[in-house]
Design a protein around this ligand. Structure first.
Ligand code: NAP
Length: 493
């Protein structure tokens, strides 16, 4: 079984020992003691740590060239490694490039106390599959375990790493990791793909993409389910935080990952979903409409609107749903807003706008839409049987009033152009201002509403309700909505 190793990067030996003990008591199988992170790695520190926690530790002295910490101690590498190999650490990590010449001597010393030798290599840039395979073979030729880490910049590269790990792991004990946020899935699938060791963070993620120990423990010994969010960009989204909170509260063996993809990578992800154990994902800006024709089947609301925010993957079959419709409808109720016979202006003509217009029309509202590109708004309007009037953006100060103004554009959301999306003269004509944006919670549009004495709300309630519905579709379990709400509020500060 894959062993879970918590990476310890403390600055002094005492703290490293304390953290290693904590990690082991919290269920890690091993502590990887990164001696290169000690401010001054010394023979004394090596001996102390080996005596205290060595039988359940990996001793690593990463060189500066391979991403070592402040105490890489390259000039004293030889003597420190000799000490580390003789000390009773369960594992010794040596480097293919820096230590190849002394590998035989170090291995002989480690074997005297049955130490296992990991031979590692860390690429500093994305690398082709053939080079990765050759490097794994070279590591395996010298060590008991071959460990290779490669930065991955996109989901295609992550898929390649998982496939390579599966192949190589059959021939030799191997740990092949994709580093960086896009590589997280290679760490999630550590056990599933046969990695020898799963390197995790003791607290929050130490390295981008590293899983926290608690998440690795949640997945351990159970087939992992991968859920996630597909879109670009994703920095504003609270979906990872809230779904993780729900998975954690229910102790489900699943993770929710961000998949920041190009249109081409989206195809690759759909094709590889099954072997990556992806059982479902949310879809956000800008793919809600673009993904619909790529799926095998669409559920009622998704089919009617041609907009998908949730995909369920089952035995390679992809089915699209639209839980934004549900989320928006429930959020109106939670605000006590009755929109039948009322007038509404919707800003935007994308996937979210479609769901909003659909709900408003079905509740009996009179709906007008304004959007940056008029033609997109016209095509949205044509998709409905009821009349939806399209207004040019610059005509808005002369139109209205509206009982409800809904912003279904990303303007004013973190990472997108700052708002508000319409001038005060338009906001002043709205009865209630509803910004689907929720990050920041006080969006520029809501700031304008407040200044003008208008009631309003961010999209947080909608987010939580659509998320809870998606969660249920993937897991068959009701979501832990309270945990989701707490996580959202915490993330928003
Ligand atoms: P989408 O399908 O990509 O549509 C984006 C819409 O916004 C399009 O109408 C686009 O206009 C317009 N737009 C984009 N950038 C703009 C800019 N700089 N200035 C003016 N208009 C701009 O995206 P979506 O999925 O509908 O999402 C829209 C927003 O709603 C996002 O911020 C998303 O986070 C939010 N949302 C929130 C929730 C929630 O639960 N609270 C749910 C869904 C969506 P063009 O047609 O001219 O490109």
């Amino acid at each position: 079984m894959t062993r879970i190793a918590a990476v310890i990067t403390a600055l002094d030996a005492g703290e490293a020992e304390r953290q290693a003990r904590t990690a082991l008591s919290r269920g890690a199988d091993l502590a990887e003691i990164r001696l290169d992170h000690l401010a001054n790695p010394s023979v004394g520190a090596v001996r102390r740590l080996a005596a205290a926690v060595g039988s359940r530790s990996i001793a690593t002295l990463r060189s500066r060239a391979q991403g070592g910490g402040p105490g890489s101690a390259d000039t004293r590498r030889d003597s420190l490694l000799r000490e580390m190999s003789a000390a009773r650490f369960a594992y010794l990590d040596i480097e293919l490039r820096a230590d190849g010449g002394r590998a035989t001597d170090l291995t002989r010393r480690a074997k005297r106390h049955r130490g296992i030798v990991i031979v590692s290599h860390h690429f500093d840039r994305p690398t082709d599959a053939a080079t990765i395979e050759d490097t794994l073979e070279a590591c395996a030729a010298v060590g008991d375990v071959a460990k290779v880490a490669v930065p991955v910049g996109d989901v295609d590269a992550a898929i390649q790493i998982v496939d390579l790990q599966r192949r190589s792991g059959r021939n030799h004990p191997t740990t092949l990791i994709g580093t960086g946020i896009e590589g997280t899935i290679t760490r999630v699938l550590a056990e599933d793909s046969g990695q020898e060791t799963q390197y995790v963070a003791l607290g929050g993620a130490a390295l981008l993409g590293q899983l926290p120990l608690a998440v690795a423990r949640r997945l351990r010994g159970r087939k992992p389910t991968v859920l996630g969010l597909v879109g670009h960009p994703l920095g504003h989204s609270l979906s990872p935080a809230i779904h993780e909170a729900s998975l954690d509260a229910l102790r489900l063996p699943a993770v929710y990952l961000p998949f920041d993809v190009t249109a081409e990578s989206l195809d690759a992800l759909l094709l590889a979903a099954d072997r990556l154990r992806v059982r479902g994902f949310n879809v956000t800006i800008p793919y809600k409409e673009a993904i619909a024709p790529k799926l095998d089947e669409l559920d009622g609301d998704a089919e009617r609107l041609g907009a998908v925010n949730t995909v369920v993957v089952s035995d390679g079959w992809t089915k699209g749903y639209n839980t934004d419709v549900f989320g928006f409808r429930v959020s109106l109720r939670s605000f006590g807003l009755r929109v039948g016979d009322r007038t509404a202006l919707v800003l935007g003509a994308g996937g979210a706008a479609k769901s909003v217009v659909d709900v408003l029309l079905r509740e009996g509202a009179t709906v007008q839409v304004a959007n940056r590109s008029l033609v997109h708004a016209e095509s949205l309007a044509e998709g409905f049987n009821e009349t939806v009037e399209v207004l040019p953006i610059d005509s808005l100060p002369r139109r209205g009033p509206w009982d409800l103004l809904v912003n279904a554009t990303p303007v004013g959301t973190k990472g997108f152009p700052p708002g508000p999306p319409v001038p005060d003269a338009v906001v002043a004509k709205a009865g209630f201002v509803y910004d689907l944006g929720y990050n920041p919670s006080a969006t520029p549009l809501l700031g304008a509403a407040k200044r003008l004495g208008k009631p309003g709300s961010s999209g947080l309630e909608m987010l939580l309700h659509q998320a809870a519905k998606s969660f249920e579709l993937w897991t068959g379990r009701p979501a832990a909505v309270d945990a989701m709400r707490r996580a959202a509020k915490e993330a928003l500060g």
